[in-house]
Design a protein around this ligand. Structure first.
Ligand code: SF4
Ligand code: SF4
Length: 273
């Protein structure tokens, strides 16, 4: 790692360690991608034509920083306790972590500016089209391009620290060594796609929004980010059915903020690793 890459990684870890949140975290993950990585335009071609490119966020973009904040195990265990009722701990973690990601991004922009680096970021969430529910900048897909993980049957990214957590990303005009190459083989982490031995996320979804897509589809989609994109029936996620439920959950926790979160599908064997 060069000095800037070390600074970025340490910055994320320090911000999380010093966060005054009720939610605790495991060690954050950080990855880098080239802004010229062909998988960015591939997202537009294969999945969502309105998805932004790094240069749309920052015209002088050269690299993209991706980071993952994994929730502490107790947050996941709390959400496992009841089959349908979302744990307050999960709702709090969702709201606090979105705020934390936005704060990290803003502090990053200021800290990098002091080093002569321009940076830009999209919000942690709610940057989607209200009709299609498709994000204009998918932090999960960016993380996949940076090599932080591979998509599971539940349409979340499974990292080396599992899937229970939240992602953020920034575009910068500095050169950072990519942590993944476009032709890297997908390192499969989902047990369903590996050997068919798990469908726990599908079984735990309280509203039947997930279905098990044929495994061959996963292999066909060369772009590892493709499963982030919904409302293609073959992907197996009914995003509208999911979001109707998330809005009901938000009504249950008005005191914690807008917690349109559920995460039952993130409590299976891929939650932590
Ligand atoms: S719960 Fe099982 S099937 Fe679902 S994403 Fe995780 S490993 Fe894959
Ligand atoms: S977040 Fe909840 S409702 Fe949405 S797919 Fe996962 S388990 Fe189902």
């Amino acid at each position: 790692m060069n000095d800037l890459e070390t600074f970025i990684t340490d910055f994320v870890r320090r911000q999380v360690a010093e966060a005054e949140t009720e939610t605790r975290y495991r060690q954050p993950l950080v990855g880098f991608a080239s802004a010229a990585d062909p998988r960015f335009p591939q997202l537009r071609e294969l999945a969502e034509p309105t998805h932004l490119l790094p240069a749309d966020l920052l015209p002088t973009a050269r690299s993209v920083i991706s980071f993952f904040l994994p929730f502490a195990k107790e947050v996941v265990r709390a959400n496992r306790a009841e089959p349908r009722q979302v744990a307050r701990e999960w709702a709090v973690a969702y709201v606090e972590t979105n705020t934390l990601i936005n704060r990290i991004s803003q502090r990053f922009i200021a800290a990098l500016a002091e080093r002569g680096v321009k940076a830009a970021a999209e919000p942690a969430t709610h940057n989607w089209d209200p009709v299609t529910l498709v994000s204009r900048w998918s932090h999960k897909s960016v993380a996949a391009i940076a090599g932080l993980g591979s998509f599971g049957l539940h349409h979340m990214l499974i990292t080396d620290a599992g899937c229970a957590g939240r992602f953020g990303s920034l575009v910068v005009d500095a050169t950072l060594e990519p942590t993944s190459a476009p032709d890297d083989p997908i390192r499969e982490r989902c047990l369903y796609f590996l050997d068919g031995s798990c469908r726990i996320c599908v079984e735990r979804c309280p509203v039947g929004a997930l279905t098990a897509v044929p495994k061959e589809l996963r292999a066909t989609f060369g772009c590892p980010a493709i499963l982030a994109f919904p409302n293609r029936t073959e992907t197996g996620l009914d995003k509208h059915r999911c979001y109707e439920w998330l809005l009901q959950v938000a009504d249950q926790f008005p005191e914690v903020g807008f917690a349109d979160a559920c995460g039952k599908c993130a409590t299976g064997p891929c939650a932590f690793k």
